[in-house]
Design a protein around this ligand. Sequence first.
Ligand code: ADE
Ligand code: ZN
Length: 337
Amino acid sequence: METFFSDIPKAELHIHIEGSLEPELMFEIADRNKIKLPFNSVEEAKKAYNFENLQSFLDIYYAGANVLRHEADFYQLTWNYLQKAVSQNVLHTEIFFDPQTHTDRGIPFEIVINGIRRALEDGKEKLGISSKLILCFLRHLSAESAMATLQSALPYKNAIAAVGLDSSELGNPPSKFQTVFDKAREEGFLTVAHAGEEGTAEYIWEAIELLKVSRIDHGVRCIQDPNLVKYLAVEQIPLTVCPLSNVKLRVFNSMAEHNLKQLLDLGLCVTVNSDDPAYFGGYIAENFIASKTALNLDKKDIYQLAKNSFLASFLSLEEKQHFIENLDSFMLSYSRY
Ligand code: ADE
Ligand code: ZN
């Protein structure tokens, strides 16, 4: 079963590059940059990856990101993720990065984006993986700070497909960022937003109506509002669902209680993603395996999830078609499953 989930062609649409910082790499970069970590060893770090909720995770995630100082650090982080993604047959990936996590520590925006961008270019050339970049605003910071970040991003417009919204959801509704998102769309960026991870269905409505998002990140709490579920199904607004993350951050008590299968059965365009794989116990294939095992997903479900990952991407129609043909021929050849 494991090889099927590694081999099936897929796209990943919800991965925070800072969340792919494996503890081994964190220690390697900390040594190189002479930075003291809040952990004494890789084992101690892994033991600390036990979270009560989103905020308790974010505190550790931002502490980890503090080791990233130089362009080479951002390059190495991104390159390592791309290698892992390719090993799980991710053909296309749409990667979030959080510039404010770094600019607030005095790291220039261009150091961050140049390191990531160079790795993405090498990923295309040397590994054959297609990618897009999504700039996320930290919603616990002010709208003014988000606007300043958007201004810093304008010279790099060609390298950034969309803007998004992440970090502490509760108390920081999408409406706080309406003006920034208006400006981002005016400048030609697509938009996405984390909504309905810990927040209510109302946050999802706001993301759709005020921020005009193309898709919702997480969105699992849409289930609170039958009208919203109907709307998401009719409009086929994709949800980038992250099953292992949701269990680790206690959005659901266990994988068996996750609503991925329910949302799929309701006709929503749901996808499976890893969110912060270094912290949540697995990359995209492990998310598929955990979901399949706990929720009894059948071959049709798995095919639909993989197909949705391409349909929900920011690729062109032709590119989507090409990748879906690739998926279809894989399914035909893989009769053992
Ligand atoms: N930043 C990194 N992972 C996140 C998540 N799951 N929710 C909100 N912000 C995040
Ligand atoms: Zn996320």
